[in-house]
Design a protein around this ligand. Structure first.
Ligand code: UDP
Length: 461
């Protein structure tokens, strides 16, 4: 009697940083890996998993990917409503809970042992867990290659005494990595500045950056960028494999990755608008507005006289319900559409969308750039300042909305820059060239395509 044939299958266990802009691109990558017959288990902290489930339509599940959880690791002192709490609790609890999870998986089916742990590079302490369980550590990096290079450079600055233990720059005003990469002002480092009026946040971000210390334990750093967009930065990172823009891998399939429920009524609204006329306005998942700034934006959009689609998350105004200027909603009805969360990739590739007023999170930057849409930049914190520099100074596919002396973006400035992006063809022409460049990179034979093929071949070896 012939013996039963059993075959071992590669198994990737993916762990994102618990934030919208990290979960989404990692899931895009995982869907692509799973399409190649590789088993994928995607691990979220429990509260992140709950958000994804409650924001997803009921029939939404991807049978190629196993979704699972580890506990949030909260103690009674931790604030479960602070979006940054998990950045502090998971590094304490997860080394054990993740190890237990991997051991359970490995003992339940020896043919599907976890062979690779694909973890966000800012949680590179996870690579120790990978090594203890016999899996290969692989890093995933959602921000730009330049930002990643800067994160590593911080260790050098610290050693040289140019940074203090809070991450503040002690010597000099500008940090530069190369003549071909825009430099950083000292208050624009990804860990600097106050976030949401919270002075502890800068320190917390600097601590998160220290999580990159073990990154070199992984030979592969899969980056959501493409070589052609950032050649100088990619060259600075020996382990980096640019494999993006990841949104081009499965742009219409973004379910199970949203922290908020998508309102797709904006797509049929866009259908009613003429070609290339709509200003799409979105600030990602974590920017917050003062009431005064919210008013100025609303009035600036109104003053522009152009159709707009504006994503107003229910938590967009700091600590208060959303209030619009008097009579605003009545005056703009028919011209403007407001949703709480949009299917962003589909909006950006819709023919009616003319430009993207964005906070310049790296995912949004990649999504708008690879869709050929010019930007109006409104950076808010972290790596967004540097992403804005790429757009305004290097790629020239957008314009910056400047703040006035009081630190506000005024309605007049907003109107002026919207008009400028519509009236100067240069922005659209550059945007179209960049779209082609991104498409070629991820398309068959392109540099990102080849890196992805190489990685998938490596997983299967
Ligand atoms: N996003 C979305 N719908 C929205 C707003 C944002 O799907 O209405 C997605 C967007 O496509 C991107 C992610 O949320 O993939 C936000 O990531 P990004 O890096 O741009 O900003 P962050 O939220 O990290 O600040």
């Amino acid at each position: 009697m012939a013996a039963a044939v059993t075959s071992k299958r590669p198994h990737v266990l993916a762990v994102p940083l618990p934030a919208q802009g990290h979960v989404k691109p990692l899931m895009s990558l995982c869907r692509h890996i799973a399409k190649h017959g590789i088993k994928v288990t995607f691990v979220n902290a429990q509260s992140i998993h709950d958000k994804l489930v409650s924001a997803s339509p009921q029939d939404d599940s991807d049978s190629n990917i196993v979704m699972t959880t580890v506990p949030d690791g909260l103690t009674p002192e931790d604030d479960p409503n602070n979006p940054f709490t998990l950045f502090e609790t998971l590094p304490k609890s997860m080394p054990q809970t993740l190890k237990d999870l991997i051991e359970r998986i490995n003992s339940s089916d020896p043919n599907e042992r976890v062979t690779c742990v694909l973890a966000d590079l800012s949680f590179s302490w996870i690579f120790d867990v990978a090594e203890k369980t016999g899996a290969e550590p692989v890093g995933f990096s959602p921000p730009s290659a330049a930002c990643l290079a800067m994160l590593f450079h911080n260790f050098k600055l610290f050693e040289q005494g140019d940074l203090d233990s809070n991450g503040s720059v002690k010597n000099g005003d500008v940090i530069s990595l190369s003549d071909d990469i825009p430099s950083w002002r000292k208050d624009e480092l990804s860990w600097s500045g106050h976030v949401h009026g919270d002075s502890k946040a800068g320190k917390l971000f600097f601590e998160l950056v220290q999580g990159y210390k073990d990154a070199t334990k992984a030979k592969w750093w899969l980056c959501n960028t493409c070589y052609e967009l950032e050649p100088a930065a990619a060259e600075l990172l020996p382990n980096a494999f640019p494999i993006g823009p990841l949104n081009l891998l499965n742009s219409n399939n973004s379910t199970s990755t949203n922290f908020y429920s998508e309102d797709s009524s904006c797509l049929s609204w866009l259908d009613t608008k003429p070609f290339g006329t709509v200003v799409y306005v979105s600030f990602g998942s974590s920017a917050f507005f003062s009431q005064q700034q919210l008013d100025e934006l609303a009035l600036g959009l109104e003053l522009s006289g152009r159709p707009f689609l504006w994503v107003v998350r229910p938590d967009l105004a700091i600590g208060s319900p959303i209030v619009y200027p008097d009579g605003f909603l009545e005056r703009v009805s028919g011209v403007g559409k407001i949703v709480e969360w949009a299917p962003q990739n589909r909006v950006l590739s819709h023919p009616s969308t003319a430009c993207f007023l964005s906070h310049c999170g790296w995912n949004s930057t990649m999504e708008g750039t690879s869709s050929g849409v010019p930007f109006l930049c409104w950076s808010y914190f972290s790596d967004q300042y540097h992403n804005e520099r790429y757009i305004c100074d290097v790629w020239e596919n957008g314009l910056k909305i400047e703040v006035d002396e009081e630190g506000t973006r005024s309605r007049h400035e907003i109107k002026k820059k919207i008009n400028m992006v519509f009236s100067d063809n240069k922005f659209k022409e550059n945007a179209v060239k960049l779209k082609e460049l991104c498409g070629k990179s991820i398309g068959e034979g392109g540099s990102s395509y080849k890196n992805l093929e190489k990685f998938i071949g490596h997983l299967r070896r």
